[in-house]
Design a protein around this ligand. Structure first.
Ligand SMILES: C[S@@+](CC[C@H](N)C(=O)[O-])C[C@H]1O[C@@H](n2cnc3c(N)ncnc32)[C@H](O)[C@@H]1O
Length: 270
């Protein structure tokens, strides 16, 4: 898929993707560590790393605590940014000029493909095809993470898309906040992945989810959980108690992560 015509701003802040990195480090450890057969050379691809490859390099450092051999490839549609990043290359880190289909066209297997703060520039109707292209080079069980953050990375919302035998499954939506703006579920509305942004409207599944989360948050406050962190944690427990498929793993809740994992996959917009 070709990127939008105009040269896009490649704004990148250091540490912007730290919350997502920490989540992957904690919850996708086997995926990052695997070394058997094709996995040995399976890369972490960071697609659209932006003007500077800071976040690619930060993730490489963290993930290599689990897997010192991890190949890391930053892919950029902007040729100047790709060549400027080359000065950061070393044995298992490289930067290439290309698009979403880069790995599948050169035959490099991938274990993890990240595309953060990119599809905001695309049309919502192009998202499905972009996901398919991003996931094509994944080994079975591999993961695409695609979504958005605010500029400093204090609010994050991402699709977790898993390669399964049937194709790419919309496994979960992951939300994270560091509470710098307090907390209410609708805090995430403007940072939803591209296909769901502007879809928090009646009759849309994502609207139903936010309605339930907001009810759970109100209930949490009625129960005395006023402070943002405790309101967030209690809202997640209330949601889970009302059969909404969210994780109540204390590691996630204590750190401001909510993972919504509906059994049929994250619904597409209507
Ligand atoms: C806002 S920056 C995001 C930087 C970084 N990923 C982050 O989250 O901070 C978006 C970058 O994506 C690049 N981009 C857009 N479409 C792309 C595509 N199809 N393939 C690779 N890079 C793309 C743009 O050139 C731009 O540098």
């Amino acid at each position: 898929m070709t990127p939008p015509e105009r040269r896009t701003r490649g704004r990148t802040s250091r540490s912007r993707l730290r919350a997502l990195d920490a989540y992957l480090f904690q919850c996708e450890r086997p995926l990052l560590e695997r070394q058997d057969e094709a996995w040995r050379d399976a890369a972490f691809l960071d697609v659209g790393f932006g003007e500077h490859p800071w976040t690619t390099l930060e993730s490489a450092t963290l993930f290599r605590e689990l897997n010192p051999h991890l190949p890391v490839i930053g892919v950029e549609a902007d040729e100047g940014r790709a060549s400027a990043a080359a000065r950061h290359e070393e044995a298992r880190t490289r930067f290439v000029h290309g698009g979403f289909d880069w790995a599948s066209t050169v035959g490099q297997p991938a274990r993890l493909v990240r595309a953060m703060n990119i599809l905001r520039q695309y049309r919502a109707e192009d998202v499905e095809a972009a996901h398919t292209e991003l996931g094509r080079a994944l080994l079975p069980g591999g993961l695409v993470v695609e979504g958005s953050t605010d500029v400093q990375g204090g609010i994050t919302a991402v699709h977790l898309l898993r390669r399964t035998p049937e194709g790419l499954s919309r496994e979960a939506l992951l939300f994270h906040t560091d509470f710098h703006q307090g907390f209410a579920p609708l805090l995430f509305r403007d940072w939803l992945p591209r296909d769901l942004r502007r879809r928090v409207q009646p009759d849309e599944p994502i609207h139903d989810f936010f309605t339930e989360w907001t009810e759970a948050w109100k209930k949490a406050r009625e129960l005395g959980a006023w402070e943002p962190r405790s309101a967030f944690q209690e809202s997640a427990r209330q949601l889970a108690a009302s059969s909404v498929s969210v994780s109540t793993d204390p590691w996630l809740l204590e750190r401001g992560y909510l993972r919504w994992q509906p059994s049929g996959g994250v619904p597409r917009p209507r």
